[in-house]
Design a protein around this ligand. Sequence first.
Ligand code: KIV
Ligand code: ZN
Length: 524
Amino acid sequence: MTTEDRSQPIEGNVLIFDTTLRDGEQSPGVALNVEEKLEIARALERMRVDFIEAGFPASSPGDLESVTQIAKQVRGSAIAGLARAVQADVDACWEAVQHAEHPRIHVFLSSSDIHIMHQLERDKERVLEMARTMVARAKKYCDDVEFSPMDATRSELEYVYRMLTECIDAGATTVNIPDTVGYAIPEEFGDFIRKIQENVSNIHKASISVHCHNDLGLAVANSLTAVTAGARQIETCMNGIGERAGNASLEEVVMAIKTRPDYFHLSTSIDSTQIHRTSRLVSQLTGMSVQPNKAIVGVNAFRHQSGIHQHGITKMRQTYEIIDPAEIGLPHGTTLVLNKNSGRHGLKSRLDDLGYEITTAELDRVFVAFKELADKKGEIDDRDLDALVSGERRTVEEVYKLDLLQVSCGNQAIPTATVRIIGPDGRPSESTSTGTGPVDAAYRAINGLIGVPNQLLEYTVNSVTEGIDAQGEVTVRVEAHDRTFVGRSADTDIVVASAKALMNALNRAIAQAPREPQEAWSNP
Ligand code: KIV
Ligand code: ZN
């Protein structure tokens, strides 16, 4: 086995079914609006994922709307929606995905005794009938139907075989095997996939997919073992986000298959050069930062600390790197291209290179913010541009705008903040507050003016680049109207970034209609 030997015969293709917008959005504290979901969907399309699971249309009017919009506007990937095995869900799913060039309805129903007895509280024969009839109903609408026996890895094998056989007979063209609670061990999971092929008599009429959760840190290992056993679709999330410990991470699964053709003899359709950018986008919009040592997309993934490693790398990259950073779209070193003398054209051309498709109005705002930042810190690199674009893109209406923030603080002073905000009527209002620190004082003043009752759940600040003049990127998570909202902003002054991040979250809370409650057993 040698690295960089990519001339291996490829014997098949593994489909990538990305569920960042459905299972990923179920990550605790994540709530994306329609525009943000569309932006992620376009990035996934650019990365050439085969399927985008765009949401769970019956779960809320917002999800129905975002799946509908994605189905209407995204053309390069097939669009799937999730549905419980009940009529209303299947109908809502079709209502949303029917607009896609290639729609898919994904029906799921639990197969494990523990779910059937304690959650569904139904007889096992009745559960089989629900699965069968709802797959048949989906099939009347749509040729492409996926069925998932939820909690398959903790289910009685014979029952899973029966459920799959009946659902394939009813029209399922893909059967997905979820390791819903991340309980499986790779060898065992591979055996399960083989046994399904041996015991489900009509399995040749469907393709096998896997959907692995990461509760034991084995989601990627289980997914890859499943493809060696015959699965031909993997369900993934960007950055490995998702319920609890998350799902199999797209970037890890894809780069493992790409880096080891000698082992897998398989390919995917993914344009891996889009990975870095899509990972940044998902992290920014969900407010879920990527751990520094995360495989493929962590900031340390291509950094070499030890002198011996650095020495090796300078002689030959492959001594300590199995992936060329360019393969995931990471520029070599820091691309330092823009400064305060750069014009609008130079900025636009760099944003084009980075793959941003922005409107003229957005470019106008980014250019103003770019000039202000360049005046403060001189040199602007791609990471600064990412932060600027994300701050100046309006994915939520700015009902309240920050007009002025002034703070005084210090070891002998009482932290005090004065805030002036322009309200929905266009009129300014001002308030001064004290607090335990400048951010607390500013937050008290903002809350006094905006009047949306909320609780700050999480506050993080990260440096966008190195150096004392770097922008600080602040992410906050607040709870308001029984929901969680993420707010984000970057500025060279972290108190300003903090104030704008809170206002961003509160503007989202104002914009978003409350979600309708789901039935208790509905949560996949
Ligand atoms: O984890 C799970 O079982 C799911 C199903 C809906 C596929 O997300
Ligand atoms: Zn799941």
